[in-house]
Design a protein around this ligand. Sequence first.
Ligand SMILES: NC(=O)c1ccc[n+]([C@@H]2O[C@H](COP(=O)([O-])OP(=O)(O)OC[C@H]3O[C@@H](n4cnc5c(N)ncnc54)[C@H](OP(=O)(O)O)[C@@H]3O)[C@@H](O)[C@H]2O)c1
Length: 304
Amino acid sequence: MTAIPRIAVFGGTGFLGRAVASRLTGSGMAVRIVARHADSAAGENPSGLVEYRAADIRDEAAVSAALRDADGVVNAVSLYVERPGGPSFEAIHVEGAGRLAALAGQTGVGSLVHISGIGADEASASPYVRARARGERRVRSAFPGAVILRPSVLFGPGDTFLRSLEMITRRLPVVPLFGRGGTRLQPVYVEDMAAGIERALQSPEARGRTFELGGAGIHTYREIIAMVLDHLHRRRLLVPVPFAAWHLLATLASILPGPPLTRDQVILMESDNVVGHGMSGFSDLGITAHAMAPLLGICLDART
Ligand SMILES: NC(=O)c1ccc[n+]([C@@H]2O[C@H](COP(=O)([O-])OP(=O)(O)OC[C@H]3O[C@@H](n4cnc5c(N)ncnc54)[C@H](OP(=O)(O)O)[C@@H]3O)[C@@H](O)[C@H]2O)c1
């Protein structure tokens, strides 16, 4: 009898991690969900293929233990906002990612899929974006065969992206745009992303490569808000707000314990977030990505 592959999904309790765990167990793989609060997240396990392991990516011994007997590993750990006394982008996206990759290499894990993001750039004005780029470099040097996946913004039931747009359009009489709302995004359905991760774990051709993953449609921020408003049968005035004002707002918000907006988010919205010219993408992984519009119902209707 062939042994069932065991995949350790770091960040497996998060939005993407949950979709990945579900996809892999659906394909008959055993999944070890690893996160700081994995024990408290431990839920139903009808297939018997899921185990939960508490580990902080900053803790070498815990990461090492979580990798034991793993055939593959996925790094879907995130940190979007640095809070006083909390972990830094450097600790999670650079040192943590590098530690996981190095230990995966030392323990003989066959494949590593590292999740980054489109736009990762060591020269960015955003500390978050710089850390993502330096993390990619650290991962590549510690585990040369790692597959790096850079998605655009993710959407799906329970996401942050569409949920926040729904909330803004419900609570505010007008919708403020980033600049004129012309930034182009290529939203990725979370189930396509999970399928891409499964292929990246299994495909020898993917080893050592970086993929940029974008959905079937490219839309400006303004167009996405219009789609959401249309779907929800709401009418709101869309108001351009200069980026300088957003930067000021984000600076003021940074003194709050849980800022609703960060400078990193504003900087990200200043550039298009779409698959770069000539980059490998979903089609190279044999996946046809979904468009967002037909899926708005399953993403928005449950929460309105
Ligand atoms: N969501 C998007 O639109 C989007 C777009 C582009 C790229 N990405 C990337 O996709 C990845 C997953 O994002 P997501 O949106 O699914 O994140 P998420 O929902 O915020 O989930 C984050 C996961 O990481 C775990 N985690 C956080 N700090 C940790 C630590 N120190 N040690 C171990 N685990 C830790 C969390 O669990 P605990 O808190 O219990 O530890 C949770 O399981 C990230 O790399 C993100 O940058 C996401």
